[in-house]
Design a protein around this ligand. Structure first.
Ligand code: AMP
Ligand code: ZN
Length: 136
């Protein structure tokens, strides 16, 4: 299967790289949701976070933190959201694990990423039940 992000890793598709290490790459998203919106990917192809071995996950978030710090210091972003869409039903379009870093500049400061979905009031009295399922 051809994967556009694997092609970016190989260099056969152009990207606006902002960070590269042995195992990870960060580049600008071509459909920026804000100035500096970028994606951090493992060079190895994993479809989602669930496929990635635990010992590699530290590296992914370490690079995410490093790039986020650059965004804050060099672009003067005030804050940032990080987001991973895992699976088509969560909106994942490119099936190669990627962390979105979305810088925030205070223009829409009351909008949190989870606000894409409305609060489901009917779930508020099922929290004990759900917690018990997940704890088990
Ligand atoms: P998603 O799979 O929904 O988490 O998002 C995939 C993201 O990849 C989208 O925000 C796209 O704009 C971005 N994207 C797709 N192709 C490229 C590319 N060639 N270079 C940079 N970003 C891309
Ligand atoms: Zn890939």
């Amino acid at each position: 299967m051809q994967c556009i992000f694997c092609e970016i890793v190989k260099g056969s598709v152009q990207s606006y790289k902002i960070f590269e290490s042995e195992n990870f790459l960060a580049f600008l998203d071509i459909n920026p949701r804000s100035k500096g919106h970028c994606l951090v990917i493992p060079k190895q192809h994993y479809q989602s976070l669930l496929e990635m071995p635990e010992d590699k996950i530290f590296g992914l978030f370490n690079v995410t933190k490093h790039v986020a710090n650059k965004i804050i210091s060099k672009l003067n972003a005030k804050a940032f959201n990080i987001c991973i869409n895992n699976g088509k039903d969560a909106g994942q379009v490119i099936p190669h694990l990627h962390v979105h870093i979305i810088p925030r500049y205070g223009e829409d400061k009351d909008v949190a990423i989870e606000a894409i979905l409305p609060v489901k009031e009917e779930l508020k009295n099922k929290l004990v039940e759900i917690a018990n399922i997940l704890k088990g």
